[in-house]
Design a protein around this ligand. Structure first.
Ligand code: SAM
Length: 302
């Protein structure tokens, strides 16, 4: 992990990078400015920057963070949300993969000890490491859309360390997170998010407030993490495996989906009999409570 505050010359060092070497792991390039003062947006990093201050303010307002809070911002970019967050919160940690942007942020906040800039790929460095130093964190982000799902699942893995996450995501991802059971959107993301958090879509955001404009509509999603999971299970890995199997084959019956998940027919029949569960149902019709009960009733593969 490369970390910089103060003069922006922390362990990683933040020489101005060349345009070709902007990944967090890349070596710094020679000094030199980009035409127009800003490096070109990189598609591979899902760089769709917010250019409407009202939208930025609305997102930060929705995060409901203040002087007593520690905030992790994933992908600060040019600082559309960062600038407002830095005025409001007690502690702000930024994790950004693009060294060109890290360099500029480290310069901007060099005299601001409450703001820490980390040059890293959020998925590689891991959220556990990023949440060191405070008991509970708020996460605020206009997420890189290419890796929205992996980031959401990574956030769920550290849910006990999080107070809330206020996230801009593609609208269809937000709809999946808050979906009702039995709908086409109800899936693994809905189950795991709703088990660990109160999830709400706060408002939609049109492509016109980004540069470059994304091809999709966006929504701001808020996950308010619960003190304890809404439904407890005996074994977390077993629950994840059961949910994956139940939703893995959407047109199959629950019995066939679970068999594809590795359980044999007698194990499945015994668990279903104990729960009074109809195995002709489709897996995606199961509620959170039913999925938890099923996970507990099926044998754990060790
Ligand atoms: N927060 C800024 C805004 O709202 O204008 C930028 C948002 S832009 C949609 C996504 C940001 O995430 C970019 O700055 C991009 O470089 C950064 N990013 C992309 N992949 C990343 C990763 N794996 N780890 C950390 N940052 C990443």
């Amino acid at each position: 992990m490369k970390r910089g505050h103060g003069k922006g010359r922390g362990r990683g060092g933040y020489g101005r990078p060349a345009a070709g070497g902007r990944d967090a792991g890349a070596a710094p390039g020679p000094a030199g400015a980009w035409p127009g003062g800003r490096p070109p947006a990189l598609e591979r990093f899902s760089q769709n920057f917010l250019v409407d201050p009202n939208t930025s303010r609305k997102i930060v307002d929705a995060a409901r963070v203040g002087a007593g809070d520690a905030v992790l911002e994933i992908g600060p970019g040019h600082g559309a949300l960062t600038t407002i967050l830095a005025e409001r919160v007690g502690r702000l940690r930024l994790v950004e993969i693009d060294r060109a942007l890290v360099w500029a942020l480290a310069e901007r906040y060099q005299d601001e000890p409450r703001v820490e800039v980390i040059a890293a790929d959020v998925l590689e460095v891991g959220l556990e490491a990023l949440l060191a130093g405070a008991a509970r964190w708020h996460v605020v982000a206009n997420l890189p859309y290419r890796i929205t799902s992996p980031i959401l699942f990574a956030l769920l893995d550290v849910a006990p360390r999080l107070a809330a996450a206020t996230l801009m995501v593609q609208r269809e991802v937000a709809e999946r997170v808050v979906a009702d059971v039995g709908t086409a959107e109800w899936g693994t993301l809905s189950v795991h998010c709703q088990r660990l958090a109160d999830a709400a879509v706060l408002f939609d955001v049109p492509p016109s407030v980004f540069r470059p404009r994304p091809a999709v509509m966006s929504s701001v999603l808020r996950l308010q993490f619960l003190e304890a999971p809404r439904v407890s299970v005996a074994d977390e890995a077993q629950f994840r495996r059961t949910v994956r199997a139940a939703f893995g084959h959407r047109r199959k019956t629950l019995r066939n989906s679970l068999m594809s998940g590795g359980w044999d027919a007698s194990e499945i029949d015994a668990a279903a009999a104990r729960l009074g569960l109809d195995l002709v149902r489709r897996g995606e019709t199961l509620t959170l409570d039913e999925l938890a009960a099923l996970a507990d009733a099926l044998p754990i593969e060790r």
